[in-house]
Write a protein that binds this ligand. Structure first.
Ligand code: SF4
Ligand code: SF4
Length: 191
């Protein structure tokens, strides 16, 4: 529903009071004070809160399903990454911040795995192209955004730091499947 349209009166010639500015400043301060005391009352009593900010870090917003935090690697129940080291995410990354060293496995059901998988978070721009490129749903955008570090080296996340159990990423995985119709595509492929 469209919001209320407020018509702003812009007159070229200001009256005496407007040229003095003092009444306008007082009016602005009165509006600010009204919001301040209304929100203070809401914060103290917990009722009728109308402030637009949360009391971070005690309070946190629930991000939307489409929210993109830092990319993480999906960890299977056996503790191994779901990644098969195909390199597609590395190729798709526009900032060239993914670095993968593939390894080979014999008799383990999969042939390749990432011996090393690093992401330089100081260069990552949370674009999600790695997630989009991955055919295995092995790298997804998490809800984690608190990743500051004091040095560039500390911002280089290795495989162990990137792994997150699949059970903790179910909400994002469900969103991806609905977004890209992946279940339908898989069913069509199997038919
Ligand atoms: S989110 Fe974008 S910039 Fe970050 S690793 Fe993935 S593709 Fe690269
Ligand atoms: S695209 Fe997916 S499976 Fe391929 S290397 Fe990247 S995370 Fe691993």
């Amino acid at each position: 529903m469209p919001g209320k349209v407020v018509v702003v009166r812009r007159q070229e010639k200001l009256g005496l009071l407007e040229r003095l500015y003092v009444p306008m400043i007082a009016k602005g301060l009165a509006v600010t004070a009204r919001h301040f005391f209304r929100n203070l009352r809401g914060f103290v009593t917990g009722r009728n809160r109308t402030d637009f900010v949360v009391q971070y870090p005690e309070e946190r917003v629930d991000f939307a399903d489409a929210f993109r935090g830092m990319p993480v690697l999906v960890q299977l129940e056996n503790g191994q990454p779901k990644c098969v080291a195909c390199g597609l995410c590395e190729f798709a990354c526009p900032t060239d911040c993914i670095s993968i060293v593939p390894g080979e496995l014999e008799g383990a059901g999969i042939e390749r795995f990432p011996e090393a998988f690093d992401i330089d978070m100081s260069r990552c721009m949370f674009c999600g192209l790695c997630e989009e490129a991955c055919p295995e749903e092995a790298i997804v955008m998490s809800r984690e955004v608190e990743i500051a570090g004091y040095t560039r080296e500390s911002m280089c996340f290795d495989k162990e730091r990137l792994l997150v159990p699949e059970t903790l990423l179910e909400r994002r995985l469900a969103f991806l499947r609905s977004e890209y119709d992946r279940d339908d595509a898989a069913a069509e492929g199997a038919a």
